[in-house]
Design a protein around this ligand. Structure first.
Ligand SMILES: Cc1cc2nc3c(=O)[nH]c(=O)nc-3n(C[C@H](O)[C@H](O)[C@H](O)COP(=O)(O)O)c2cc1C
Length: 323
């Protein structure tokens, strides 16, 4: 897929996930060849204010392209945040118009913007005007089944100068229930000539092919299936490009997981970093196929060095058993 102002960006994107796609996870995904990895959403006003948590959420990766996702509902802050993202080196600025969380929609950000297309359009306009970098808009199908406005929002985004559209095939009312409707994204394909990304329930290369086929999209975005498996997005990317799956051993996975957890500990300190890493440790150890007792020990460990030694044992034990 080619994005204006960026060139070829591959055919799979690691989805933005709050509390999950920290800089270490995005780096792990890039290491295994994903085209783009989006930061956790960052509240535009907090980002501009230099808030420490916002800074961490949007931290730049040391490899791959730098994609910052902005959330907010005020054109002023969205524009200022886009300017700051560009100053920090962002290659792409993404706007969150899909988050269903009450905390976010209550402030009229995220998917609530799909209930007021004029306001949503004004935010896109402000962000596009504030940065010379390409701008993407991530949305759901609409607020509920009675208001499927993604095609209209995509059309407006294109008219305002956006460069890329991402659609999660669910409505806001669905939250994460049911199945994503990939074929419903086809109406967006017909509404815009911008590069289009389909998202929702991609578990692997087979799903990715079916998603592209059903929607007519150019690429897929993968979220939850990459937790504990940041290599999956690169694998899907290769499959959609018709390239061989990148070679990977359990030791490569262990090294990536270790680097990810260490990056959290380095940034947040041992206690906080390990607490933040717990969901990742649980997911990595589950994906490693380690026995339940070892997985539990990994998640409970309060010493980072010991937790990492146990995680190594989880991955390498599987490798030894396979040898
Ligand atoms: C824990 C979690 C956090 C998320 N945070 C964000 C976010 O910050 N910004 C956003 O646009 N979407 C967010 N999402 C939605 C995902 O980007 C994606 O659209 C959704 O999970 C569907 O894709 P999947 O089925 O591949 O996970 C989040 C999803 C999860 C599960």
């Amino acid at each position: 897929m080619v994005v204006r102002g960026m060139g070829a960006v591959g055919r799979a994107i690691l989805a933005p996930m709050s509390g999950v796609t920290d800089v270490g996870m995005r780096e792990a995904a890039y290491r295994f060849g994903v085209g783009l990895a989006v930061s956790e959403m960052v509240a535009s006003d907090h980002f501009v204010a230099g808030d420490e948590e916002a800074r961490l959420r949007a931290e730049r990766t040391s490899r791959g392209r730098y994609v910052v996702q902005l959330a907010g509902c005020q054109a002023h802050w969205m524009g200022e945040a886009a300017r700051l993202a560009e100053a920090q080196g962002a290659d792409l600025v993404d706007i969150n118009m899909g988050c269903p969380a009450k905390r976010v929609t209550g402030g009229w950000a995220g998917s609530a913007l799909m209930r007021d297309l004029d306001h949503a359009t004004a935010l896109i306009r402000a962000v596009v005007a504030a940065t010379s970098r390409p701008v993407s808009v991530k949305m759901r199908l609409g607020w509920d089944v009675g208001s499927i406005v993604a095609p209209e929002l995509a059309r407006r985004a294109e008219a305002e100068g956006a460069a890329l559209i991402v659609v999660h095939g669910r409505t806001r009312a669905q939250f994460y229930d049911g199945r994503a409707d990939w074929s419903a994204v086809r109406a967006v394909r017909q509404a815009t000539s911008l590069p289009l990304v389909v998202n929702g329930d991609c578990a692997g290369a087979g799903d990715a092919r079916a998603m592209v086929e059903a929607s007519g999209a150019d690429a897929v975005m993968v979220g939850r299936a990459c937790v504990g498996a940041p290599w999956l997005a690169g694998e899907i990317d290769a499959a959609l490009r018709g390239a061989p799956a990148p070679a990977r051993t359990p030791s490569d996975e262990a090294e990536a997981a270790r680097g990810h957890v260490l990056s959290l500990v380095a940034r947040m300190g041992e206690r906080r970093g390990l607490r933040h890493a717990r969901k990742h440790l649980a997911a990595y150890s589950a994906k490693s196929g380690a026995p339940a007792a070892l997985r539990e020990a990994i998640v409970r460990e309060e010493d980072a060095t010991r937790a990492l030694a146990l995680l190594d044992r989880a991955f390498v034990g599987v490798e030894a058993a396979a040898a």
